[in-house]
Write a new protein. Structure first.
Length: 132
């Protein structure tokens, strides 16, 4: 009967060693003024073994445009930033063509690469069209 608690402790310690230190952090900037953008919804999606995508977590950037997540396990993540009235920077085209309302990137976290610092840039709708 005493072996069960010891086994549980060993499993718990082994699991904890795999999750310590994983981090996704970054900042979202507004194109033009190159200023931090508060109030941006940042969503982190995690990919399963079958490549299915599920929401791991989401948060809103603070006044300095910063966000931070601590995933529980290594693997592939897609980090996406979106804010109403903004679109992904670098997306161009005619003003009557819908633009992506978010921007994102794929990140692979491993024990050897446990953290990633990201920078996203969003442009306010009308900002690009007004300059043409």
């Amino acid at each position: 009967m005493k072996a069960l608690p010891l086994f549980t402790l060993i499993v718990a310690l082994g699991y904890a060693q795999g999750v310590v230190g994983l981090e996704l952090r970054g900042v979202v900037l507004e194109v033009g003024p190159n200023a931090p953008l508060a109030g941006v919804k940042v969503t982190v999606y995690q990919f399963g073994a079958d490549r299915s995508r599920t929401v791991f977590s989401n948060a809103v950037t603070d006044s300095s445009g910063a966000f931070r997540f601590n995933p529980a396990s290594t693997g592939d993540y897609y980090v996406e930033a979106a804010k109403p009235d903004y679109f992904g920077a670098g997306e161009t085209g005619a003003s009557n063509v819908p633009r992506p309302t978010s921007t994102g990137t794929l990140v692979h976290l491993t024990r050897d690469h446990p953290s990633e610092e990201l920078r996203f840039a969003l442009t306010r709708f009308g900002e690009v069209d007004a300059k043409h």
